[in-house]
Design a binder for this molecule. Structure first.
Ligand SMILES: Cc1cc2nc3c(=O)[nH]c(=O)nc-3n(C[C@H](O)[C@H](O)[C@H](O)COP(=O)(O)OP(=O)(O)OC[C@H]3O[C@@H](n4cnc5c(N)ncnc54)[C@H](O)[C@@H]3O)c2cc1C
Length: 443
């Protein structure tokens, strides 16, 4: 009998693990149980994700999917603008040329979550996925999986929870539960932005336009099909966004006005994105506590969001998820090829995963804490110093003094641009007013 593994969840982490084990040339029986009833049953598969070299992209390379991935990765999607509520752009990062970016250490190409998932789906044998199987519970003594439709499966030699935020495998290992992050939001789409809103299309560029002010965030991102995904994030109670979406139902105009009331003194240029968008979905954001861990339990493991759920403010979730899959697959492959202890392999994976999760969670928390402040745009710019130094391999905990001048410089630079933007707008308004007055005198 081959070694049997059940992977719960066909999201990026579960599918990456399934694919990596499939190409590992080991004697293994893989079954993926997925809640969705079919690959296309969920109307929205989410927005765009940026993949990083040593995590998401490394997993795709190891999975033998690099050539396929290059057809979908959008290196021009790396273009990024950071602005404040007056639409003053404090940072405009232009994309790297693809030839340079592909090999570049810091390249972070974008891919739609839907495209990534479908690429991974097509790469695994269809017969290993069982659709419409919502895991309900696991009997920790017998290892039998029970699904919502009352069917059962197992026991398996190993059960891996890749079932995201509300994992049903997690309770076998730990009592930790996701906590509300204090932030919820609304996502929506604009389909024909290039043709119908050329000015807005130009304002966005090829990638992302992020606005941070007043403890709120407004983000606009271009998707692979040229449509645009708009998101508005606010610090409200957990039910705020879902209640509003339910209350307004099909009355999208009413909902938009209500959402925009949160951004009343923000630039009309930012409001236009919300006014043009459709298809609102509510997103309460949850997170697992930083630095969570559990005692290893024979026969079980967690990867991706199931192991370390984070808010999306550092763009690490999917990358960490795919890195988990990569490291677990490598550990299992090695154990199966050398006939060594599988549980030791899972434990080894966990020992490396816990500190990695903590690092990404801290990074995410740092960004979240910077973005959701009164002057989020400037504060985010200051955290860029931490981000860049981390990427360069410097530990800011040691020798922090050395970075204070850089952070101060960044603060002054970003504040200067903000001041300039504000002054330019005031002068513009004064001119407009005096032209209007002189016009009415002539009339
Ligand atoms: C629909 C969706 C849209 C998203 N959109 C974005 C986005 O726009 N931007 C962003 O930064 N992040 C987004 N995320 C989160 C991001 O994709 C994750 O951080 C990342 O993909 C982690 O991957 P994962 O495979 O660990 O978990 P997930 O992507 O959450 O995948 C988990 C999978 O498990 C399945 N599942 C859950 N419970 C069960 C169960 N009980 N039984 C069987 N199967 C189950 C789910 O249907 C899903 O397919 C989204 C997640 C989802 C599910």
């Amino acid at each position: 009998m081959p070694f049997s593994i059940a992977i719960i969840g066909a999201g990026p982490s579960g599918l990456t693990l399934g694919r990596l084990l499939q190409v590992a040339k080991v004697d293994i029986s893989i079954t993926i149980f997925e809640r969705d009833t079919s690959p296309t049953s969920r109307p929205s598969q989410g927005g765009t994700l940026d993949l990083h070299n040593d995590t998401g992209l490394a997993a795709l390379k190891k999975a033998g999917l690099w050539a396929e991935a290059l057809k979908h990765l959008r290196y021009d999607g790396e273009e990024l603008k950071i602005a404040d509520k007056n639409a003053t752009v404090l940072l405009h990062h232009r994309e790297e040329p693809q030839s340079k970016a592909e090999t570049g250490e810091y390249a972070r190409p974008e891919i739609d979550r839907e495209v990534l998932r479908s690429m991974l789906l097509q790469s695994v044998k269809p017969e290993i996925i069982q659709w419409g199987k919502v895991l309900h519970a696991i009997d920790p003594d017998t290892g039998i999986l029970t699904f919502r439709d009352q069917s059962t499966a197992g026991p398996f030699d190993l059960v891996i929870g890749a079932d995201g935020a509300w994992s049903k495998v997690r309770p076998v290992l730990t009592d930790i539960k996701p906590q509300y992050s204090g932030i919820c939001g609304f996502t929506s789409y604009i389909q024909n932005v290039n043709a119908e809103y050329p000015e807005m299309s130009k304002m966005l560029g090829r990638g992302s336009y992020f606005v941070y002010s007043d403890r709120k965030s407004f983000t606009v991102q271009r998707m692979g099909d040229e449509s645009v995904r708009v998101a508005a994030w606010v610090m409200k109670n957990e039910k705020y966004a879902s209640d509003m979406v339910a209350r307004y139902g099909k009355d999208e105009d009413g909902l938009k006005q209500e959402i925009l009331a949160n951004f009343s003194d923000w630039s009309p240029d930012i409001h236009r994105w919300m006014q043009a968008s459709h298809g609102f979905i509510a997103w309460p954001l949850f997170e697992l506590p930083v630095g969570q861990f559990w005692e290893h339990k024979k026969g079980y493991g967690l990867i991706g969001d199931a192991a370390s759920l984070m808010t999306p403010f550092a763009g690490e979730g999917v990358n960490k998820a795919m890195k988990d899959a990569l490291e677990l697959a490598e550990a299992l492959e090695h154990a199966l090829k050398t006939n060594s202890n599988i549980d030791e392999a899972v434990k080894k994976y966990e020992d490396a995963m816990f500190p990695r999760a903590k690092m990404y969670q801290l990074r995410t928390l740092r960004n979240k804490n910077a973005v959701f402040t009164e002057n989020g745009a400037v504060n985010f710019m200051v955290t860029l110093v931490d981000m860049v130094s981390e990427e360069m391999g410097y530990d800011l905990q040691k020798g922090w003094l050395g970075w204070v001048p850089f952070k101060t410089m960044m603060f002054c630079w970003a504040s200067f641009w903000q001041f300039l933007g504000r002054s330019r707008r005031r002068i513009g308004k004064l001119f407009a007013r005096s032209i209007k007055q002189s016009g009415s005198k002539i009339a």
